[in-house]
Design a protein around this ligand. Structure first.
Ligand code: SF4
Length: 203
């Protein structure tokens, strides 16, 4: 069943992360408000508690602002950046993530969307950001090059196209992603794909 849906004026940019990972996950979370609180999700929420408390800290490298509202009228995006660091006059968005950096671009796209919002609001270039992963406590640098910017804008357009189509995407055939997806017990990707294949054979 697909959910009748009114197109939003602005899309919360964290959903770009879900969409880049899997269009069906995006749909289940955004349109159907599905959420499965398993141990990794709970850990992520716990780790994010400090990032969600607005405030400012200073160190020898500069200023760090927590929980910053960002938005883009051009892309119809809004959201909250965990941290914005100011170093030598440069702004560097920083997101905290559980686990380790994956093979997919979902975290990078979310971070780049924050940079695009900051550039539009402030009129200055934001050329790189960082992702901090609690799994190995490493900061990974992310350059906002033309390719990532294009991927990010394409993901925004895909999101609005999907919402306009009002059609829940089918599961992806990607066991590795589904294994790590908290919505797997709700989505039932193997069972759904099996049924879809049987239906197509019956036609
Ligand atoms: S279980 Fe797989 S198909 Fe279903 S939402 Fe998650 S990643 Fe997508």
């Amino acid at each position: 069943m697909n959910t009748p849906f009114e197109l939003p004026d602005y899309l919360p940019l964290s959903y770009l992360n879900q969409l880049r990972y899997c269009p069906r996950r995006f749909w289940l979370m955004y349109c159907q408000s599905e959420m499965e609180i398993n141990a990794p999700v709970l850990e992520g929420q716990f780790r994010h508690q400090r990032a969600h408390q607005p405030g400012v800290t200073w160190d020898e490298q500069g200023r760090q602002v927590r929980s910053v509202q960002v938005w883009s009228d051009r892309l119809r995006l809004n959201g909250v950046a965990d941290f914005i660091e100011e170093r030598d006059g440069r702004l560097i968005p920083l997101e905290h993530k559980r686990g380790r950096m994956g093979q997919w671009l979902n975290d990078q796209v979310q971070l780049c969307a924050q940079a695009l919002c900051l550039e539009e609001r402030l009129g200055i270039p934001v050329l790189e950001g960082e992702l901090f992963y609690w799994g190995n406590r490493r900061r990974e640098r992310v350059r906002f090059d033309d390719s990532l910017r294009a991927e990010t804008e394409a993901t925004v357009h895909q999101a609005f196209d999907l919402l306009a189509a009002v059609r829940r995407p089918q599961p992806i055939d990607h066991p590795a992603k589904c294994r790590d997806c908290s919505l797997e017990p709700i989505c039932l990707p193997r069972e759904t794909l099996l049924l879809l294949r049987e239906e197509s054979l019956d036609r």
